[in-house]
Write a protein that binds this ligand. Structure first.
Ligand code: IMP
Length: 218
């Protein structure tokens, strides 16, 4: 039985930070409404997660499965911290990586149609402890689609780590085991989360304005 742990809860009235007081790429200078989660805080929170992951999953070979594209920066940073823990503790565990690419969003809306548009042969997951790493859980439909798919491979254990979980009224009730931040029901970008592929090259998690949504509409 998976354990639910406390995470960082960002309230609905969080005012965030003025983009002018932090470092952001110049090409987005006029566009971001506010910085919601600064990169430093993302890193501090991510550093805290591997202890929990190892406690729950550290008894057996772990395959970390990255959900592309949005999940890749969180995946890379989380794995760096897991590897640091592996190097510095008596108890360590072998870890390998796999990738899957999914797409469900157009503009800021889920199409409800989750497409697998690339990835490795998932039979390599057979018999392993699988840690799925995702950027954000919104309605939970992506995980509702992906989990049965990976479970076909007789996994020893499957757990999900997501940087963000949204408080959305439209959710299917899915909640991951390892969560970085719980956030309001707002569309966020940055730290590889994108809006129609834009804003991936931004370190902080930010909220974009309605004007930006129009500007970068697909
Ligand atoms: P769900 O299936 O509704 O839980 O949505 C999860 C997927 O939708 C994530 O993997 C993201 O690709 C995308 N997504 C959901 N919310 C956001 C957001 O605020 N910004 C960027 N992508 C998002």
């Amino acid at each position: 039985m998976a354990i639910r742990r406390p995470n960082v809860v960002i309230s609905d009235d969080e005012s965030g930070y003025d983009p002018d007081v932090l470092c952001i790429p110049n090409h987005y200078a006029e566009e971001l409404e506010k910085v919601f989660i600064p990169h430093g805080l993302i890193m501090d929170r991510t550093e805290r997660l591997p202890g929990d992951v190892m406690k729950e999953m550290g008894g057996h070979h772990i395959v970390a499965l990255c959900v592309l594209k949005g999940g890749y920066t969180f995946f890379a940073d989380l794995l760096d911290y897991i590897k640091a823990l592996n190097r510095n503790h008596d108890k360590s565990i072998p870890m390998t990586v796999d990738f899957i690419r999914l797409k469900s969003y157009c503009n800021d809306q889920s199409t409800g149609d989750i497409k697998i548009i690339g990835g490795d042969d998932l039979s390599t997951l057979t018999g392993k402890n699988v840690l799925i790493v995702e950027d954000v859980i919104d309605t939970g439909k992506t995980m509702q689609t992906l989990l049965p798919l990976v479970k076909q491979y007789n996994l020893k254990m499957v757990r999900v780590a997501s940087l963000l979980v949204k408080r959305t009224p439209w959710g299917v009730g899915y909640s991951p085991e390892f969560v970085g931040f719980e956030i309001p029901d707002k569309f966020v970008v940055g730290y590889t989360l994108d809006y129609n592929e834009f804003f991936q090259d931004l370190n902080h998690v930010c909220v974009i304005s309605e004007a930006d949504k129009v500007k970068y509409k697909a």
